[in-house]
Design a protein around this ligand. Structure first.
Ligand code: GTP
Ligand code: MG
Length: 376
């Protein structure tokens, strides 16, 4: 207790990094006075997330996050940039170098356990490297890993060892990509510390930097995630988040569609097959909990107007009303290309035919939708 009071006021929460306070139960960092005796001490919000799986009620301040990232540019550090393989284009920090200066970066592509069981990992690695290059990301090395299933960690530690020298390690990324889970894995399996960072399925869990000591007096630092409003998962109600996010390996669903057919992904989005070679197959890589519904393109507008939030759900009617109206994105898929139509946070649809096609996606305004080279 004395130790706690000596430091400038109260210490930080060892779960989420927020400065602790004992005054205002409604403000971030609140901890009841008597819980300050615990070792390590965590705030009430972290306690609730850990014990009751509660969702975070804090809306983190983005300018503050960017300022924190900017601090990394002023220190000599190794940066681990974590990206979610299920939402690659949605979770990449494309301008990372702007914030972190000349510090070296390792690109860790997390959640590989979500890809189908039979996956050609060399192909995935090449794909990641090519995407990173096309997006202008600079990385000393790329590693595929799963913090949940403990895949890729020997190699991750290996390349951290090769590139760290005597620097601190900063773990950065968009919200929910698994930064804290990955550091917990390192703490649990590769150290004898008893600290546990707070993790949750809801974006915006870590609120400030958290320093975890390394053997040589340096630190590995967890950071708050950057929020990108262009990810569907940042837009939806917490109830619907559980539907969008897969929690087991994706089971690709193949649909044979004829020209002029539409697929609804619950009430989340819609895919139109407008023109092609008559009858084509499309493979959907989306979380198994969004029910797919097929209809005729000419009936699709009316169906959505009449049945959104009922037949076409989730989201519920009430939650749909909280989302922006849909916009339509039309794409011409070139002959001979291998393309995915990607919807950030929802997944992607692979166009299987090499005949090319004209397709369209309808999704809430602001959600990132694009065509990319096929991942799988
Ligand atoms: N399937 C799968 N889920 C993962 C993996 N790593 C993390 N998760 C899950 O992703 C969610 C977010 O994990 P966190 O570690 O809290 O993510 P974060 O990047 O620290 O998030 P913020 O603190 O909000 O920026 C949790 O539900 C984790 O269980 C993984 O390798 N595979
Ligand atoms: Mg975190």
């Amino acid at each position: 207790m004395t130790k706690v009071k000596e430091a400038s006021g109260l210490p930080r929460c060892s779960g989420c990094g927020i400065r602790l306070q004992t005054i205002d139960t409604g403000k971030p960092g609140y901890v009841p006075e008597k819980a300050l005796q615990n070792e390590p001490v965590i705030c009430q919000r972290c306690f609730r997330i850990k014990n009751y799986n509660e969702s975070s009620s804090v809306t983190p301040d983005q300018d503050e996050f960017l300022r924190l990232l900017g601090q990394i540019g002023m220190t000599d550090a190794l940066v681990i940039h974590i990206v979610d393989i299920f939402d690659f284009q949605g979770s990449v920090i494309s301008g990372l170098q702007r914030f972190i200066g000349n510090n070296p970066v390792l690109l860790a592509v997390n959640k590989t356990d979500l890809l189908p069981k039979v996956t050609n990992w060399n192909k995935v690695r090449n794909w990641v490297q090519k995407q990173a290059k096309d997006m202008g990301l600079k990385a000393e090395d790329v590693v595929l890993c799963s913090a949940k299933q403990n895949q890729g960690f020997d190699r991750l530690l290996d390349i951290i060892g090769q590139h760290r020298g005597d620097r601190d390690v900063y773990v950065v990324g968009a919200t929910n990509v698994g930064k804290s889970t990955l550091i917990n894995r390192l703490i649990r399996d590769y150290s004898d510390l008893d600290q546990e960072l707070t993790t949750s399925r809801y974006p915006g869990t870590t609120l400030d930097m958290v320093n975890i000591p390394l053997d040589d007096g340096k630190f590995i630092v967890d950071t708050p995630g950057i929020m990108y409003p262009s990810r569907y998962t940042e837009m939806v109600d917490t109830q619907d988040l559980g539907v969008l996010l897969p929690d087991k390996p994706l089971k690709p669903a193949v649909y044979q569609l004829s020209e002029g057919q539409t697929l609804f992904f619950g009430g989340f989005a819609r895919f139109d097959f407008i023109q092609g070679s008559g009858y084509q197959s499309f493979t959907c890589f989306v979380s198994g909990r969004a029910p797919l519904h097929r209809t005729k393109l000419e009936r699709a507008d009316q169906l959505f107007a009449d049945h959104a939030g009922e037949l076409l759900s989730p989201p519920s009617k009430e939650n749909l009303e909280k989302l922006p109206d849909w916009t339509r994105h039309e794409f011409r898929i070139a002959k001979g290309s291998r393309s995915d139509v990607f919807i950030s946070g929802l997944g992607w649809i692979k166009v299987n035919s090499d005949q090319g096609a004209v397709v369209a996606i309808h999704a809430p305004k602001g959600v990132k939708v694009l065509v990319r080279e096929s991942l799988i």
